[in-house]
Every structure is written in structure tokens, then in C-alpha cells.
Design a protein around this ligand. Sequence first.
Ligand code: DQA
Length: 146
Amino acid sequence: MSILVLHGPNLNLLGQREPEIYGSSTLNDIDQALIQLSAELDAKIQPLQSNHEGSLVDAVQSAAKQHQGILINAAAYTHTSVALRDAIASVGLPAVEVHLSNIYKREDFRHHSYIAPVVVGQISGFGADSYTLGLRALVNHIRSQH
Ligand code: DQA
């Protein structure tokens, strides 16, 4: 099983970006933890970070050819992108939405996710663990469907 892991805008700056909110793990640390976990789960991941909405849409559109699911932290596009939401809805792959911070504890504009209605579920607020929890949940979900 292969999972596309999408990281949205500004997540390339993790480790130095507002560490009091997002923690000290770098994006590479997160990807390494996901690679290790995927091996334990007998799965594979392909991580991709982009600051560009269209590149994320392109990656979602291409995902069905090679992947069985999508783990996504759309970052700020969570709160703005109908295009990304429509792409996820269009490909029909199960997706799990993750956030490092608890978006419901923060500014009002972060309380709404355009992505949430088209994913299996959302994990928010556990720092880097949101990703590993999300990967476990997604792999379990996909296996339970077969
Ligand atoms: C985030 C939360 C978003 O509101 C924010 O724009 C991000 C990161 C998180 O992982 O906590 O860039 O998705």
C-alpha cells in the first residue's frame, strides 16, 4: 500500500517557524518518522511539500494512479482552498487531514476547514504525532475497506 503525504504552504519552515505553536520537529523529522512507521505498517509513503495551491491540486489528481490514500496537512489552504477540497473529492481516494496545532483553539479563521467534509477524519493538536496517528488511522481505514 502506498500513501501520498502532502504538506502545504510554509511547512518547509517547520523547526524554525513559530516553534511555540508548531514545535521543534523539522519537516524532514516528520517525514522520517512517517517512513519508519510505514515500514512497521507494511506500507510505503511518498511525501511532497509545496507552497503552491495548484501543485497540491496536481498531486492529488495524479494520486489515484499510484496511491491508495492521502495524508494531508493543507496548512493555510485548509481554510481557503475550494480547489483542493474539490480535488480530494474528485479522486475518490480516502484521505486523512492532520494539523500540528489544535486549529479549534486558535484564531476564528482557523476553525473552518474546507477539507474536513471530504476526508475520512481529522487529527489536530498533537504536534508531529498528528501525522503518525493520522497515518495509522488511514492505513487501518484502507485495510478495513478490503
Ligand atoms: C496548520 C494549521 C493552519 O491553520 C496553519 O495555517 C498552518 C499549519 C497546523 O498544522 O497546525 O500552516 O495546518
